[in-house]
Design a protein around this ligand. Structure first.
Ligand code: ASP
Ligand code: MG
Length: 416
């Protein structure tokens, strides 16, 4: 069971979350808990490091920002003990959770689970700090912001858990952002692959890395609300089902009724840049995108047209609005390729429809374009993958497009 910052925001919330743990213990489950820092804490710690010195030592940054989790792990253990549950806290190094030595962005390499296994076997609740580990040099490391989801999945794999429940402030994964599409519905199940697309396309429920890891390790994830009444939860214990709201992220095989489209996502503030009449010869794309990579600019969509005359072609790509100026500079001041003009603009939005059913169903892309044209929305760029179709449109129409597609694919919740 993993609890995020909002689920641990103050003593009252910690107590409430602890009642979810007690419920699982009472049902006879062995429980390992992973906690994040109390809401806002990590931001404050990061700020202090910056104030101390803008060019601070990354190892000391990790020593500072990892402390938030130690506080919440200790407090959670105290609260559990107060409820009569045998519990203790663990920092990453005490397990140990071994990581690479890339401070601030470390990767988990190995978790020693013998001690945990033994304690879990004795029905002790082990409360483990998320987000942190220890390097081969014996220094404290952190996994990058939002990393405690990844800690939880790695720990679940290490103790061979039946499931990794991620408790957060929403009750699951939705077909679209409910603030944009009010009739969005909670998905009972979603496949790892769909969740990966959703996570990286702006559905901020789970850290993308944690989903990658869960998929690789076969850890079934559930997204659930810690804000719900702990006693109103009733697990149907056939191993796969929930008796309660939540979304199960699992293998595609476990999803009986595959939706063609399971979700519509939106990423705003995309900028597009077009390089016209680029010489059509080997090495041009490498030169353009090499220049962007050298500047650490992450490129999203890329479109290159086939050249009319075999000599010249146009290339368009997108970057976040915030990277627009740097990207323009990187491709403009570059004599490694020839071109006629470079134009660009900020203020586009990328809308994607996602679903594993796309693999076997024709016509998803065409119906997407039809739904958009019915609303008079112009498509600037199109890209696809096996389970996703994305279009770039004017930002102004982003919400309208999400709602239109949501309705078009029959994802709207029935009106009560
Ligand atoms: N406390 C860390 C952060 O705010 C890790 C996490 O919440 O997952 O980034
Ligand atoms: Mg988080």
């Amino acid at each position: 069971m993993k609890f995020g910052g909002t689920s641990l925001a103050d003593m009252e919330r910690i107590r409430h979350s602890a009642r979810h743990i007690r419920r699982e213990v009472d049902e006879g489950n062995q429980v390992a808990v992973v906690v994040s820092a109390m809401a806002g804490t990590t931001n404050q710690l990061v700020k202090w490091c910056q104030e101390a010195s803008p060019l601070h030592d990354a190892r000391e940054y990790d020593a500072v920002v990892s402390t938030g989790e130690q506080v919440s792990a200790g407090l959670m253990a105290i609260v559990l003990q107060d409820m009569g549950i045998t519990a203790r806290s663990f920092c990453g190094w005490q397990i140990p959770i071994r990581t690479s030595d890339i401070h601030g962005a470390a990767r988990i390499q190995d978790i020693r689970a013998d001690d945990l296994d033994e304690r879990l076997g004795d029905n002790q609740v082990c409360v483990v700090t998320g987000f942190q580990g220890i390097s081969s040099q014996g220094r404290i490391t952190t996994l990058g912001r939002g990393g405690s989801d990844t800690s939880a999945v790695a720990l679940a794999a290490a103790v061979k858990a039946d499931r990794c429940d991620i408790y957060t402030d929403v009750d699951g994964v939705y077909t679209a952002d409910p603030r944009i599409a009010p009739r969005a519905q909670r998905l009972e199940r979603i496949s790892f692959e769909e969740m990966l697309e959703m996570a990286s396309l702006g559905a901020k429920v789970l850290q993308t890395r944690s989903v990658e890891l869960a998929m690789a390790q076969g850890v079934r994830l559930a997204v659930r609300s810690s804000f719900a009444d702990p006693d109103a939860f009733q697990d149907v214990r056939d191993g796969t089902n929930f008796g309660v709201p939540g979304t199960l992220v699992c293998d595609e095989d476990e999803i009986v009724e595959k939706q063609i489209v399971s979700g519509v996502t939106l990423v705003k503030s995309e900028a597009k840049i077009t390089i016209r009449s680029v010489k059509d010869r080997p090495g041009v794309a490498a030169a353009i995108f090499g220049a962007l990579a050298d500047e650490q600019i992450v490129v999203d969509m890329i479109v290159q047209n086939i050249s009319d005359d075999g000599r010249q072609t146009d290339i368009t790509f997108t970057v976040p609005d915030s990277e627009y100026d740097r990207a323009m500079a990187a491709v403009s001041n570059n004599d490694s390729f020839e071109y006629e003009t470079i134009t660009g603009a900020k203020g586009s939005a990328k809308i994607s429809v996602i679903g594993v059913g796309m693999r076997s169903h024709a016509g998803v892309a065409s119906s997407m374009f039809k739904a958009l044209s019915e609303k008079g929305i112009n498509i600037q760029l199109i890209t696809t993958s096996e389970i996703k179709t994305s279009v770039l449109i004017e930002e102004e129409y982003a919400e309208l497009a999400v709602r239109a597609l949501h309705t078009y694919y029959g994802l709207d919740r029935e009106e009560e």
